[in-house]
Design a protein around this ligand. Structure first.
Ligand code: CTP
Length: 404
């Protein structure tokens, strides 16, 4: 799977360094070539010998190792390892990335081999912050992580759990399997969305009839989640507002869970600031009961239910009317006159692009891993063949980048 891929691992001094041994095994087993740089502090947590054996390569710690000969210009290439390695790698993962290493990268400091190599690397740089909960929540760390995001580096968010200090909280490094998936996702991907902030909605909404009953639809959220993954892999900072779905969180994507169309509307409004693009894939319920019973409706009380429904707020239309500084992409699920209806929607809701799919087409619509989409802009439409939702997401993002 990772045959001939060149992976550079930077390890800084945190207890989670021990997990990297297992990650190295996973990567090497999949055919990757792994080279490792450790900070001097990292070498106190895990043995460079272990990592050298597992990676089948020498581990670099010192900028000027004593056993290297830097005495002549002829041998100078040894002295420019940091540049060579930075150019060599297809992807550079720094894990664990301590608060100190993160702060130094944010400040452009290069006082060890790992930091010097970061400055000269041209490949995607992935950073897995790992530290104690309080250190992670410190405003200085928050600011430094934001600076790294602005540089286009991908942050692998730490998870909540038991920490080395005995405390429990945020700051625990992602598990080796998650790091592995992150690395594979980021290989040979064009980072053409670096610096872009994208808001995506996904999944259904539910609208309550009483405390326990609701109406909803069969959207599974897959399309929105796959676009979020694709955008993340291309370097975007992604916020995903999701209705109730059974999909896992996506590493590096900020996920906000909502239930009703009203909650989704509120979260869209409070997260719209500074966004470059909004993609509304959510199957927002078009109608909701006019009045919700605050208690559970008892069946003894009636022989039939009669409910009055009213329209929910059209979030996409609201965004179209209040479009300032961001592009807007809507979805249309049609059963007939797909193109004509899509064009009408584009104009009526003031969209930049509308993505339509037809419920009658095999492999398209809710619940499938594939889709058959047509992307319509102001002047033309393009229909794509059957493809995975991830690929379809990339096509939509390609179209966004071509918008004027
Ligand atoms: N949408 C929304 N708010 C709603 C309903 C829909 O933001 N209350 C968004 C969806 O996220 C999607 C697009 O609008 O991007 C779908 O447009 P819509 O006109 O609702 O299409 P349909 O649901 O297919 O409805 P229609 O029967 O009018 O075609």
């Amino acid at each position: 799977m990772l045959k001939d891929k060149k992976i550079l691992l930077g390890i800084s001094g945190g207890i989670a360094a021990y997990k990297i041994c297992y990650l190295v095994r996973l990567l090497v087993r999949q055919g990757a070539e792994v080279r490792i740089i450790m900070t001097p502090a990292a070498a106190k947590f895990v043995s460079p010998v272990t990592l050298a054996v597992l990676s089948k390569n020498e581990v670099i710690i010192n900028m000027f190792p004593e056993n290297k000969d830097f005495s002549s210009a002829e041998k100078i290439s040894t002295g420019t390892w940091h540049v060579n390695l930075g150019l060599w790698a297809d992807v550079f993962l720094i894990a664990p990335a301590t608060a100190n290493t993160i702060a130094k990268i944010a400040g452009g400091i290069s006082d060890n081999f790992l930091l010097t190599t970061v400055l000269s690397s041209r490949c995607p740089v992935l950073i897995a912050p790992t530290m104690d909960d309080d250190m992670y929540k410190n405003p200085a760390t928050g600011r430094n992580i934001n600076i790294l995001k602005e540089f286009g580096y991908r942050i692998i968010d730490p998870v909540k759990g038991e920490l080395a200090s005995g405390l429990s909280g945020e700051g625990r490094m992602a598990e080796p399997e998650d790091l592995f998936n992150f690395v594979s996702d980021n290989l040979s991907v064009n980072r053409d969305l670096a610096g872009k902030k994208i808001l995506i909605t996904a999944g259904p909404t539910i609208e309550y009839l009483d405390r326990v009953r609701f109406i909803t639809n069969s959207s599974t959220g897959k399309m929105g989640f796959e676009i979020a993954k694709a955008a993340r892999n291309r370097g975007a900072e992604v916020t995903l507002i999701s209705g109730p779905v059974s999909l896992s969180d996506i590493e590096g994507v900020k996920r906000i869970n909502v239930k009703t169309s009203r909650e989704m509307f509120e979260k869209v409004k409070s997260n719209i600031k500074n966004k470059d693009l909004v993609i509304m894939t959510a199957a927002v319920e078009d109608f909701k009961p006019s009045a919700k019973s605050e208690s559970k409706i008892k069946k003894e009380e009636r022989n039939k239910f009669i409910f009055e429904f009213e329209k929910t707020v059209d979030i996409l239309e609201y965004l179209g009317k209040n479009k300032k500084g961001f592009k807007l992409i809507g979805f249309a699920l049609e059963t007939e006159n797909e193109l004509e209806n899509a064009r009408k929607k584009l104009v009526r809701k003031n969209l930049d692009l509308v993505v339509s799919n037809n419920l009658n087409t095999e492999g398209a619509g809710f619940g499938t891993d594939t889709n058959v989409i047509t992307v319509t802009g102001r002047n033309k439409s393009e229909k794509f063949p059957l493809m995975s939702k991830y690929e379809a997401g990339n096509k939509i993002l390609d179209k966004y980048l071509k918008l004027k």
